[in-house]
Structures are given as C-alpha cells and as structure tokens.
Design a protein around this ligand. Structure first.
Ligand code: NAP
Length: 500
C-alpha cells in the first residue's frame, strides 16, 4: 500500500469530522488486516507517486508487481469558476476540513473567523453540513474530540453567529443525509431559521405523496431545531434555489458579499410523480432548475465553497496504459473495478473479462465511482473490487506483463515489495513502514501531537527543518524540540525512526 502521506487512512483520518469518531472506526479493518497478514502486507507511507525528485514512478511498481489497484480518492475540490473565487475570505471547504483535522497541507490555512457574524456555505452536501456544525458547535464539545488545537483556538475567537447554507436547487434535492441534518437540528443553543419562501412553495409536493425518505427530510426541516430560534445564541439556515454568480469585494481584496441568481424548478415537482416510490424518489432527487434572471446578494466576509471533490490522474498513468476520464473525474472501469481502456473495446459483466480491460489494473472508491457516498458505501465498493480482482487471479486472467494469475510462472522475477523498496531508497524517499506507523499511533493514543511531528517530518524530507535552523538531513523531531536542538530528538529517541 503506497501512500503519499507518512500516515495511513486518508479521508478517514483527514476528512471525517472530529465529532464523528464512530465513522473513523473503519480503520479497524485495515489494522486487523495488517495484524493478520503475517508479513504479506506492506505499508509504504511518505511515498508520493510521480516523476519528480523524491517521488516513485508508477513504472517502478508495475515492474515489480502483478497487479495494481488505484484507490487514491479525490484529492482536489471542485471550483465554481465564478468571479472573485480567490478573494480573501473565500475558503475551500476541503481546506477547512483538512485544517480542523490536522492535514499537514493545510496547517497554515488562514481563516479569519472574526471578520463578521455571518458565514455563507455554498453547496448542501454533508461536507457543507460538517463545516456548518464545526462553526456553530459548542467549544466544550469540540474540545472532547481530536480536532486540531489551532482550530479550537481560532473558533474560541470566532464572531460567526449565523451560517447560511445555500443550494442551487430545492430542499428535496439537497444531497445532505438525515443523520447529518438531525445533528444540526440538535446542536445546543443553535436555532434553525426557515427559508423566507416558506416550505409549501419550496416543497410543492403534498407530504403524503412524497417517497418515505424525502418525507422524513421534509418533516425534519419543517420541524426545525430543538432550540427555538428566538432563544438561540447562534443560528443556521438552508437557502434554496440560489445559484452563486460572483464573490464581491470593495477594492478587489476582501470578500464583502456573495452574488446569487434565483432559480426555479424547470417543471413543477408534482408533474414528476408517477406514484411509484423509487421512480418518484429518483425523479424528485434529479429535478432540474433554471435561472429566473432575478439577482440577490448576501453580505458576508466569509464564504465556504463546498461543491464537491474531484479526482485527478496520477503522473505516469498514461505510460502504464491506464486512462483517465477528465470529464467524469474517474478512471474508466467496468463498474466491477477493472480498468477499461476505450481503445481496447468495451468491458463486460462481473465474471467476464473482455478486450477492454487493461490487464492487472483495478480501481476502487471515489476514483472509480466519483466523489459520492458515505464511507460505508465506499468500503462496500472496495470489497467488491477486491473480490473481482481475486476472482480474476484465480481464473488465470491476464495480469501485468502477460502474467497469468495464480500459479503462473510469468511473475517470476518480480520481487514485489522487496524490489520496490530498493528503488525507494535509491530515490532518497524516507518511507514510513507499518511498524513505524504503529509506534506513532500508540503515541497519538497517549495524546501526543502527531501533526507537529508531521510538519517537521515534511521539512526533514525536503529542505531541512523550517522551525529550527537545522539544515539538510536532520533527525526526526517535534516542533517542541526545535527550541532545544541539543536535546535528543524526540521521535528519534522514542521510535528509532532511522534514516533509510
Ligand atoms: P456533494 O454531496 O456532491 O454535494 C455537493 C453540493 O454542491 C450539492 O449541493 C451540489 O448541488 C452543489 N454544487 C455542485 N456544483 C455546484 C455549482 N456549480 N454551483 C452551485 N452548487 C453546486 O459533495 P460533498 O458535500 O463534498 O460530499 C462528498 C461525498 O462525501 C458525499 O457523498 C457525502 O455524503 C460524503 N460525506 C459524508 C459525510 C458523512 O457521512 N457525515 C461527511 C462528509 C462527506 P447539486 O445537487 O445541485 O449538484
């Protein structure tokens, strides 16, 4: 398992809200596997894939293994491509989530929570609700979680009292899930402001005609929060049928307002109903909107862009015959996880391999299906791909370089992990093994701040430590150690993380 960060778990560690620790338990599956693998599982952390210095090219992997599975998710957030998107005060929700989860990439994110009392979140998915909850949740609750301490510090100074979560479609089309809506409705001292249009105009469909799932959402929204708005300290609101057109400023630097265009349903929602629950659910969820030409403004100094994530191709994919569909943001596949090359023809069913499959190449998760679905559905998808891969192997399907699955002799000469580890060393990559991660994990469970170590680790591997003056190759040490350079480096001492 190759991972560009020094630690495993990607989105589970850095994308799940800190107040959802139960969701993070999905990591148990990998932990159990590592424990039971009797040496057949290798974690190679801090090993970016690419063509640059201190990166591992994909060809170094394909020359040593029989198969390759891409499960690297969606590393970018979608942009709106409207004027003012880079103004000071417009924040990517992905960056904000990364920051409060201690993702090193966003350690220095500058979010000014003191500039005004209203924040706007654009998009109504679960990420938008995670951001809203974090902005409004009582600090004493957040402090009980493993949230980044700098974020708690910034939140303690926050002036934000109201969060408006804006969607371009209506309440029945919002991608939020019931659990996340309910959580916000139950936040202590946080009220819910109904949208100005009123629920009848927005929902359009008589409640008893709604499919069960949408009926529950409608009831939840109409009922509102457990704290009455009048007596609440803070509030949130869902705004519907508003499509963002621009982020506005005075003087071109700081955000002052978000401009919207009002939208309306392209067809009355009642026209979409057939009486068959599943078809009604699909039709109502997919209902389209069109612009009314009517413009509006929300004054704010802080806006979050939360309109979904996006996968990107890895450097060198083309070279190893793996295509990437830029428009869909996925690796083309046959739904079962086998990578498909359009030039080789079309793929087939779960048990059938066709000329379209790129031998030995598989994908799972968001890079296979697009960035939708909760972690449980992504896990199901990963299990499916793994079953299909194992099935292909047992049936002697073609793998990399013509290798033919189980018991075939063509994979002789492929050294697997041992072959790659030499290349990793040759390239000066300081990789992190599972054993090392376990030590770090144990320290974290004792309350150590691993993100500080990560920052130093990052500088150690690249340009020396930027927190103290030590240049070049320095021992791994924590931020705290920087002030006393002569002190034995903390991580070196505790974890014996030696040079490769
Ligand atoms: P998402 O669920 O796809 O929501 C994206 C939102 O952005 C939608 O409201 C969408 O509106 C809107 N949007 C997209 N393009 C837009 C544009 N150009 N202008 C205005 N609005 C636009 O994405 P997400 O919130 O990033 O979540 C990603 C996945 O992770 C989801 O499956 C989510 O459930 C999951 N997740 C789960 C949890 C959890 O279980 N607690 C937490 C976080 C994330 P339209 O619907 O009109 O396109």
């Amino acid at each position: 398992m190759f991972e560009h960060l020094p630690v495993p778990y990607g989105l589970a560690r850095y994308g799940v809200a800190p107040d959802h620790p139960e969701v993070k338990r999905c990591t148990d599956t990998l932990e159990n596997l590592a424990r039971e693998s009797s040496g057949n599982f290798h974690f190679v952390g801090n090993c970016p894939i690419g063509d640059g210095p201190e990166e591992l090219p994909l060809t170094a992997i394909t020359s040593q293994f029989d198969g390759l599975l891409f499960a690297y998710g969606a590393s970018k957030d979608k942009r709106l491509h409207i004027p003012g998107e880079d103004l000071n005060g417009v924040v990517s929700a992905r960056a904000f989530v990364g920051w409060y989860n201690g993702l090193p990439e966003y350690a220095d994110l500058d979010v000014d929570l003191t500039a005004g009392d209203t924040a706007v979140v654009i998009g109504q998915g679960n990420v938008a609700l995670d951001v809203t909850r974090t902005l409004l949740a009582p600090l004493e609750e957040l402090r009980k979680t493993d949230i980044n301490e700098e974020t708690v510090e910034a939140l303690s100074r926050s002036q934000v009292r109201e969060v408006k979560v804006i969607g371009r479609r209506g309440p029945l089309q919002g991608p939020y899930t019931i659990k996340e809506l309910r959580e916000l409705m139950h936040l202590p001292n946080v009220g819910f402001a109904s949208p100005p249009e009123g629920w009848e105009d927005l929902l359009q469909v008589p409640r008893k005609k709604l499919p069960r799932q949408l009926k529950r959402i409608a009831e939840l929204l109409e009922k509102g929060s457990t704290t009455p708005l009048e007596s609440s300290e803070k509030a949130w609101q869902l705004g519907f049928l508003r499509s963002p057109t621009a982020f506005l400023s005075e003087g071109g630097e700081k955000l002052k307002a978000v401009g919207f265009e009002k939208t309306e349903y392209a067809r009355p929602l009642t026209d979409l109903l057939t009486g068959e629950p599943q078809s009604d659910l699909n039709a109502l969820r997919a209902a389209k909107v069109q612009s009314t030409g009517q413009k509006g403004l929300i004054h704010t100094n802080l806006a979050f862009r939360s309109v979904g994530y996006q996968s990107e191709p890895l450097a060198g994919m083309q070279e190893i015959g793996v295509p990437f569909d830029v428009a869909k943001g996925i690796i083309p596949n046959d739904r079962w996880g086998r990578v498909l090359s359009p030039s080789l023809g079309v793929g087939g069913s779960a048990s059938e391999l066709t000329a379209g499959h790129v031998p030995g190449m598989y994908c799972a998760g968001w890079v296979k299906r697009g960035p939708t679905g909760v972690i449980a559905s992504t896990m199901d998808d990963a299990f499916l791909t793994a079953d299909v891969l194992a099935g292909d192997w047992e049936q002697h399907a073609l793998f990399l370089d013509g290798g033919g699955g189980e018991n075939e002799s063509t994979s002789v000469g492929r050294a697997g992990y041992e072959g790659v580890v030499q290349e990793i060393r040759r390239r000066g990559i300081r990789s992190v093994s599972w054993k090392e991660w376990e030590k770090v994990d144990a320290e974290e469970k004792n309350g150590r701040r691993f993100d500080e170590y990560l920052r130093c680790f990052d500088s150690w591997t690249h340009e020396g430590c930027r927190y103290c003056s030590t240049a070049g190759t320095v021992d791994l040490h924590t931020h705290d150690d920087c002030s006393e350079a002569s002190k034995p480096a903390f991580w070196q001492q505790h974890f014996h993380l030696d040079c490769p």
